[in-house]
Design a binder for this molecule. Structure first.
Ligand code: SF4
Ligand code: SF4
Length: 266
């Protein structure tokens, strides 16, 4: 709680749903900025960082993770009701995450294969993004999210403005870094043309193709990229798989993955 003479600081909450905690860790990894941030906001709820809890309502809620259980399906409505602004962080919260691979499988079969007593598992058939359940004020993409973009989002919402984050593709970042294109130079498959910027084109900068961690960019043509991937001798099955990773249920990637549903010899 602040001193009586101090103006009230905006109250921040950080919530976890089905996720690996990597996006919350991105916030904790903002070492240089964390003290300043802690001075600018009152941390009301952030179990990853502190056991102290300040009751809501909260000015800004960051939500990590997807909805995969009946309990979480109810809890997200409580989070929304307690929050003035809700920002979802990461591929899990914005697209269902890698756990959304269950959406095209039989979840009962998966539970039986993994757990000795699947009858104790309360789980939904689908992994869905937070926006499928409640209105969301902003979706920050990435697996994990980028710390620079996270700080921009927090600063923007504390000042009641839209975040200045472009929805351009990784190719734009890649070109700005002066990289030689791994696809053109070496024939390496790369999802950069259809992937949302934010990572700084880290994989192409180390001579690897982009894996699509940030999900679809604003305007994308996955069909065209798939044709190029086939020319690079990826099988139909492999093309299907490159779109079915961290953002498998993001609509543009899910649709493209489904177009390559039938494995054929190549
Ligand atoms: S988006 Fe990736 S890094 Fe973030 S919580 Fe989900 S799996 Fe972890
Ligand atoms: S390496 Fe990938 S991200 Fe970079 S320009 Fe080529 S296709 Fe785009």
């Amino acid at each position: 709680m602040g001193h009586q003479d101090e103006p009230a600081r905006p109250r921040l909450a950080v919530w976890k749903f089905a996720s690996c905690d990597g996006c919350q860790l991105t916030l904790l990894n903002c070492e240089d900025e964390l003290l300043e941030l802690a001075g600018a906001v009152e941390i009301g709820y952030f179990p990853e960082a502190t056991q102290a809890v300040v009751e809501g309502p909260y000015d800004l809620s960051l939500v990590e993770g997807s909805v995969t259980t009946p309990g979480d399906r109810d809890r997200i409505h409580e989070v929304r009701a307690a929050s003035r602004r809700v920002v979802t962080i990461g591929a899990c919260a914005t697209a269902g995450g890698i756990q959304a691979l269950r959406n095209v499988a039989d979840v009962d079969e998966l539970s039986a294969a993994v757990y000795a007593h699947p009858e104790y598992i309360a789980t939904l058939a689908d992994s869905t993004p937070i926006s499928a359940h409640v209105p969301v004020d902003y979706e920050l993409r990435g697996c994990p999210i980028d710390r620079g973009q996270l700080l921009e989002v927090i600063a923007a919402f504390l000042h009641d403005r839209r975040p200045r984050i472009s929805d351009e593709s990784v190719c734009m970042e890649c070109k700005r870094r002066g990289n030689v294109c791994v696809t053109v130079a070496h024939g390496t498959p790369c999802l950069g043309p259809v992937t949302h910027a934010g990572c700084g084109a880290i994989c192409p900068s180390y001579d690897r193709g982009c894996y699509g961690c940030f999900g679809p960019a604003g305007t994308v043509n996955p069909q065209s990229l798939s044709r190029r991937l086939r020319e690079l001798e990826l099988s139909e099955r492999d093309v299907r798989r490159v779109f079915a990773t961290f953002n498998a249920a993001a609509p543009a990637f899910a649709a493209e993955s489904a177009r390559h549903d039938e494995p054929t010899s190549s």
